[in-house]
Structures are given as C-alpha cells and as structure tokens.
Design a binder for this molecule. Structure first.
Ligand code: SAH
Length: 283
C-alpha cells in the first residue's frame, strides 16, 4: 500500500473532521475510529468494528489488515461526504458497518467464485458492489448510478481505497443495457433498494450472460411482488432459482436474497424506457 492510503483519513482533506457541531454523535464516533486508524491493526477491531467482524465470521470471511483499513476508510468517507451529498440516512458508524457493509456482503450467501464480472445497478454510495469488491478484489465491478454527485463520491472512493478493476458509470440502466459492450456480459447483476422485482428483472436481465445470476436483496412481505417477478422473469429470459434467508449479526429483520438465473437471451426490446416501464410494468 502507498503512503496515501496508509495515512490517517483526514490528512488529505481541506477541512479535517468536517463540521463537528452539526453532524452529531455519528461523526464523533467516526473520528474516534479515525484515531484507531493510526494504531496497529488489532486495535482496529475495537469500537464499532467488533459486531461487524462477528457477522463476517458467520459468512466465513476474515479480513486482511488492508481490507479492515479499507472498510474503516469507506465508513469515514461516507459519513464525511454525507454531510454535503445525500448518500445515506444511516449516520451511526456501527449501523453503517452492519446495515451497509455486512448486508452487502451477505450476497456471498447466494454467489461466490474466484473470478466474476459483477454489475451493481443503482449502487448509490456503492451498495452492495463496493463492500463485495473489497473482500473479492479479483472481481471486475461496474457500478451504475443515475445521480452524478453519487458517482463523484464513488470515483473518489475508488481512488482513495486504491481499488482496481472497478468503474463507476453515471447513467441509467435502461440506456446502458442497450449498449453492445454491456449487454449479456455480466456473470452477476444485482441491485439493492432500487425498485420492485418486475422492474429489477427488466433492468438487470439484459446485462446478464446465459447461465448468469440476478440477485436482489429484499425484505418485508413479498408474496405479491414475487409472483409478479416470476411472471416478469419469463418475459426477460430468466427463471426463479432461490429465496435465501439472511440472518446475520444485527440483520434479523427478514432479509432475503432472491436469485434468478438467465436461461435465454433477453429479447432486444428490454429494458423499455422508464416511462413505458412505469405505465406497463412487466408481470
Ligand atoms: N443501492 C444503494 C442505493 C439505493 S437508492 C443502496 O442500497 O444503498 C437507489 C439508487 O438507484 C439511487 O441512487 C438512484 O439514483 C439509483 N437509480 C434509480 N433508478 C436508476 C436507473 N434506472 N439506473 C441507474 N440508477 C438508478
């Protein structure tokens, strides 16, 4: 790692620590963690990190020192940027670790492989794509996000965490899916908290290679949405494959991973424009 990455997170900022008075307890704890950053790796497991590590253990993951530092830095940058750009409603560092990082990593319960080309549609501040990239650095990742300011954050983070083979693109799924370089080319397409299952299938299936997977984290009562999703899937060449319950430290509110397999090529007409999708949803 270069000095840039190893240094304390505030070092390159013009306003170290941000606006302490306005941002509340969340950022205060984040600053405590910032101090821990400068101490040897074992100390990093204190503070907000411990419950996160327990969850990782349940997933069979053990972080290297570099990965621990990347997650801490990610958390700090997220909370810092969040005071200026609307990235997340979660401002408690411990909750960031569990509800964003661990929740993102739970996708490994549905898919894991030494190599993969992963697409994250409507990634926002990088979820679930970037936490997955940190623990699976050999994967190729495309982060797709419609809001420019969020893409600026993602690009800053990719640079700061020194991540390779990850690109953040500012655009809409319904446009990019029609470009030859992206169509049918991903092993896995995912999207968290973006839209309903029929629309997710219409967005994601065109990007997926034959035999590839579409994985959507969801929670709540899905009976009707899932039925519509199954009908939509048949229209875009996908088939329902699995419904995996996620129960990890701090994540016991009925989270599930809905998994679909791309069986046939998605017809060229999909995805339709946003307007048509809204007026005539699949399923
Ligand atoms: N996946 C993130 C963000 C969810 S908010 C998380 O779980 O935290 C939904 C995000 O999807 C927003 O940032 C929005 O800009 C983006 N989005 C919505 N529709 C989109 C589309 N058609 N193409 C690309 N991004 C989209």
């Amino acid at each position: 790692m270069s000095e840039d990455f190893d240094g304390p997170p505030g070092a390159k900022r013009s306003k170290p620590g941000g606006n302490a008075s306005n941002v509340g307890a969340g950022l205060a704890l984040a600053r405590e963690i910032q101090t821990a950053w400068q101490t040897p790796a074992p100390a990093l497991v204190n503070l907000a990190f411990q419950p996160f590590l327990e969850g990782l253990h349940r997933l069979g993951l053990e972080l290297t020192e570099q990965q621990s530092k990347q997650f801490l830095r990610y958390q700090l940058e997220l909370l810092d940027w969040n005071t200026r750009v609307n990235l997340t409603s979660i401002t408690n560092p411990e909750e960031v670790m569990i509800k964003h990082f661990l929740d993102s990593l739970s996708l490994l319960m549905a898919f894991d492989a030494p190599e993969a080309r992963l697409l994250d549609i409507g990634t926002g501040a990088g979820f679930p794509g970037l936490p997955l990239k940190i623990v699976r650095p050999q994967w190729q990742l495309l982060l797709l996000e419609a809001t420019g300011k969020k893409v600026a954050f993602l690009q800053h983070l990719i640079e700061t965490l020194q991540l390779k083979d990850v690109v953040a693109v500012n655009g809409r799924a319904e446009d990019l899916a029609h470009k030859a370089e992206y169509r049918g080319s991903f092993d896995v397409a995912t999207a968290r908290a973006v839209t309903s299952l029929p629309a997710l299938l219409e967005y994601a299936a065109p990007f997926c290679r034959l035999g590839g997977l579409l994985i959507f984290p969801k929670k709540g009562d899905l009976t009707e949405e899932l039925a519509r999703g199954k009908r939509a899937a048949s229209q875009v060449g996908a088939r329902f494959k699995a419904d995996t319950a996620v129960t990890l430290t701090g994540l016991d509110d009925g989270r599930r991973l809905l998994v679909w397999e791309q069986m046939n090529r998605c017809p060229e007409q999909y995805p339709r424009s946003g307007g048509v999708m809204a007026k005539k949803p699949l399923g």
